[in-house]
Write a new protein. Structure first.
Lengths: 258, 100
């Protein structure tokens, strides 16, 4: 038996928010079988190559993973140009992102390889979107928030039409186990904001695990940036895969266990 | 940190990008995570023409130190250029001054 799992990765279309035809990067193991699904929510700069690496990483570990391009409606220019345009326009609306994530989940469920369990993971603004999704979308079995800023909104003036509610205010509706990964040197979210988020989760009796890393700031999993911290990232990824294994993949062990 | 904070500057000017020279009317300026640079944060400037839909941009990413140095050099170039040409810099592009 081959040591490494074969996988297939490609860009697909999916039915996004409002029935729009969106694009997504989808990777899954090629061997016949049922696999849990993962929706990967990309960070604010956009649907970039690092995001596709994350999607393939999940497929390598035995998941059918998809990352919807949250900025596809902006045009057909390169993802970084679209990301810049979205930034200048103040971002995309939470309702639209939730619709796109729900559409990506439906895509996974419709595949013949679907085990029926789906997890969501997001990075940066995607971490915030993951928190929001875990509180508002049905059918998520496990959620991972990687350094999502603005879950707590200290200044009400920061709320707007696109982001009308602070995710922390929806925590009562959190419907699945939540894993949080944070660098203690991050400026958004700060260590204090992470502590305050944890306090709310604890008070509401939610199933959560938070891991905070010293010597790491924002985006410390990102191998394309100075922010990359190999030691902390390797441990963080272990936490992520152990968490998803526990909640999604009882029948599909990671490659290390095979 | 990632944010949507963008300083917008209305401009009169032109930029050379993938499609050659284009008119620009806006610079979106922000200090945040980069797209291309490996630096943690960059001073990014996207020169664009929002009057024509803002679909193309000429993009720059600089370290904070470089950006501050550039500001100083821009001001110095304006000062020395104005002195050399004996006129204040400015005015609309394509304006034609006809002297009798």
């Amino acid at each position: 038996m081959s040591h490494y799992r074969g996988l297939q990765a490609e860009t697909v279309t999916f039915r996004a928010h409002n029935g729009d035809q969106g694009e997504a990067y989808y990777a899954r193991p090629t061997a016949a079988g049922k696999y849990p699904g993962i929706v990967v929510i990309h960070h604010l700069p956009g649907w970039d190559e690092w995001t596709t690496e994350v999607v393939r990483k999940f497929a390598h570990h035995g998941y059918a993973a998809i990352s919807p391009h949250l900025y596809f409606r902006e045009g057909s220019e390169s993802p970084d140009d679209l990301g810049a345009r979205v930034r200048a326009a103040g971002g995309v609306a939470d309702a639209q992102v939730m619709g796109d994530v729900a559409g990506a989940m439906a895509y996974l469920r419709s595949q013949p390889n679907a085990s029926g369990k789906i997890g969501v993971i997001g990075f940066c603004s995607g971490g915030r979107h993951t928190y929001l999704a875990a509180c508002t979308l049905p059918g998520i079995a496990a959620a991972v928030d990687c350094w999502g800023g603005n879950v707590i909104v200290d200044n009400p003036k920061d709320l707007n039409d696109k982001r009308p509610v602070a995710p922390i205010d929806l925590t009562e509706k959190l419907s699945c186990p939540l894993l949080g990964i944070f660098g203690n040197d991050d400026a958004n979210p700060t260590a204090d904001q992470v502590n305050r988020t944890e306090a709310v989760l604890k008070r509401l009796g939610k199933n959560y695990e938070f891991y905070r890393y010293n010597g790491a700031g924002h985006a410390f999993f990102n191998t394309w940036r100075d922010a990359y911290r190999p030691e902390q990232a390797l441990d963080g990824w272990k936490k992520v895969f152990a968490f998803f294994q526990r909640h999604l993949a009882a029948a599909a062990p990671s490659i290390a266990a095979e | 940190m990632c944010s949507y904070i963008v300083e917008k500057a209305a401009l009169v000017g032109s930029a050379k990008g993938r499609k050659g020279w284009v008119r620009i009317d806006t610079a979106n300026v922000y200090f945040d995570h980069p797209y291309y640079s490996t630096l943690d944060h960059v001073l990014a400037i996207d020169f664009t023409n929002e009057g024509e839909g803002g679909r193309d941009r000429v993009a720059i990413e600089l370290s904070a130190e470089s950006a501050r140095a550039l500001v100083a050099r821009i001001l110095a170039a304006l000062a020395s250029g104005e002195a050399a040409h004996g006129e204040p810099a400015g005015g609309a592009e394509n304006s034609m001054v006809v002297t009798a």
